[in-house]
Ligand binder design. Structure first.
Ligand SMILES: Cc1cc2nc3c(=O)[nH]c(=O)nc-3n(C[C@H](O)[C@H](O)[C@H](O)COP(=O)(O)OP(=O)(O)OC[C@H]3O[C@@H](n4cnc5c(N)ncnc54)[C@H](O)[C@@H]3O)c2cc1C
Length: 395
């Protein structure tokens, strides 16, 4: 496709799910992009991610949905269970009629599989699109370009730049000032367990979420039920360590959940310390403006959110799709950024705040105690289609 505008150099900082989707969408509409990623190798962490119909629309449109779905395998509903009694409180994600209701399906995907599907599609379009080992340091905006500099001493001039560098975004700090990235008071444990190592109690009910008293533990199978994904988020007042992959011990995991139902403890008991990691969740206040001049923000860099609605990656995918469409529809980059921000800000910032509320419900800190809360589906988030949502031009 021939690009509509004369925007020949687009820089994307960050090769996570958001940056990759934005790149693929822009390529789809004829634009050439360069992704600058700090890592020496493009990869994702070993964990699951739920991709709901709102995001599947974009993956389907961009040609990666089928691969993601076929690698994930069918998704089944999961039970919300009381953390102590194990009582089944509510059946969730009963997706049998999602295609009929929302026009797309729901998948529980290994992050590495989603990431690889996006990378392969991008590199097929342009083998030189990804520039590794480039850690963004700062940028300057000039009348006709934006110049990014990297910690390796290199720099790159582009017509526009998209900051997709995650929660602790340096692009955001460069453009909007260096405000705090807050520790949310929540620590996440994550592990993968081969299905053959699971206790019978979990084999019988492989999809569930135990909720209550400051914790929420979710488990669901990945890759056609060959791996069990386990993620638990627990309130913990203080946190010092940095990073996504801090090794944790099974003893520590058990201790944090010692009052949980025996099924949950059986599951934790099957974890091997070699695959167990923890990290402190971080959050920022909603960004009131995503764009300044020739730079805009996308994904966690724009709207980092806690994982209680399972929507951070889905919203990053939506962002990327809408950004691509805006560049296909607009007559200038200013107009495209306006269309993008207009279509995205209220939705993404709203989900960011809703996710905090949902934490309080699931973790039983409201008067109602442990309860299923109001999930993303019930909040209407699955009804959004980033491929067709109207894009409004500046007045
Ligand atoms: C426990 C947990 C569970 C979750 N579960 C779900 C779920 O089920 N469903 C869902 O939709 N979402 C989920 N999320 C949210 C989701 O993981 C994030 O919202 C998503 O990964 C954001 O993608 P991103 O591309 O914006 O940012 P990131 O994934 O953080 O990617 C940022 C990229 O930028 C690179 N980068 C960073 N700094 C620089 C720099 N200075 N220079 C160059 N490159 C840089 C990084 O290396 C990385 O590749 C979960 C989050 C957590 C914490």
């Amino acid at each position: 496709m021939v690009p509509k505008m004369n925007v020949s150099r687009i820089a994307i900082v960050g090769g996570g799910i958001g940056g990759l989707t934005a790149a693929l969408a822009l390529q789809h509409f004829g634009y050439r992009v360069s992704i600058f990623e700090q890592a020496r190798e493009l990869k994702e962490i070993g964990a699951g991610v739920t991709i709901t119909p709102n995001a599947m629309h974009a993956l389907n449109f961009l040609g990666t949905g089928e691969r993601v779905a076929s690698e994930a395998g069918p998704t089944e509903p999961y039970w919300i269970r009381h953390f102590q009694t194990g009582e089944r409180l509510k059946l969730r994600a009963n997706g049998a009629d999602y295609v009929e209701r929302f026009g797309a399906d729901y998948y529980q995907v290994h992050r590495a599989d989603l990431h690889a599907a996006l990378v392969d599609a991008i590199l097929k379009n342009d083998p030189d699109c990804v520039v590794l080992d480039h850690c963004f340091r700062s940028l300057t905006q000039e009348p006709d370009r934006v110049v990014a500099t990297f910690t390796n001493g290199k720099s790159y001039s582009s017509d526009i730049l998209v900051g997709c560098d995650g929660c602790a975004s340096r692009v955001r700090a460069s453009v909007f000032g260096d405000e705090a990235v807050n520790y949310t008071g929540q620590v996440a444990f994550r592990a993968l367990i081969p299905m053959r190592d699971l206790p019978t109690s979990i084999e019988k009910m492989p999809f569930s979420m135990f909720v209550g008293r400051n914790r929420a533990l979710l488990h669901y199978p990945l890759r056609h039920r060959t791996l069990m994904n386990v993620i638990s988020v627990a309130r913990e007042p203080a946190w010092q360590a940095e990073g996504w992959a801090i090794p944790a011990t099974v003893d520590e995991f058990v201790k944090t959940h010692s009052d949980f139902h025996s099924d949950a403890l059986d599951l934790i008991g099957a974890v091997s310390s070699a695959t167990l990691f923890k990290w402190g969740l971080r959050d920022r206040e909603p960004l009131q403006q995503y764009t300044k001049g020739r730079v805009t923000m996308l994904g966690d860099a724009a709207h980092p959110m806690t994982p209680f609605l399972g929507q951070g990656a889905c919203l990053a995918i939506e962002d990327g799709m809408v950004l691509g469409r805006a560049f296909a529809a607009a007559n200038s980059y200013e107009e495209a950024f306006h269309m993008y921000e207009n279509a995205r800000k209220d939705r993404a910032n709203g989900a960011q705040l809703a996710s905090r509320q949902q934490a309080d419900e699931l973790q039983g800190v409201t008067e109602r105690g442990a309860n299923p809360g109001v999930n993303a589906e019930e909040r209407g988030l699955f009804r959004y289609n980033p491929v067709t949502v109207p894009l409004i031009t500046a007045a």
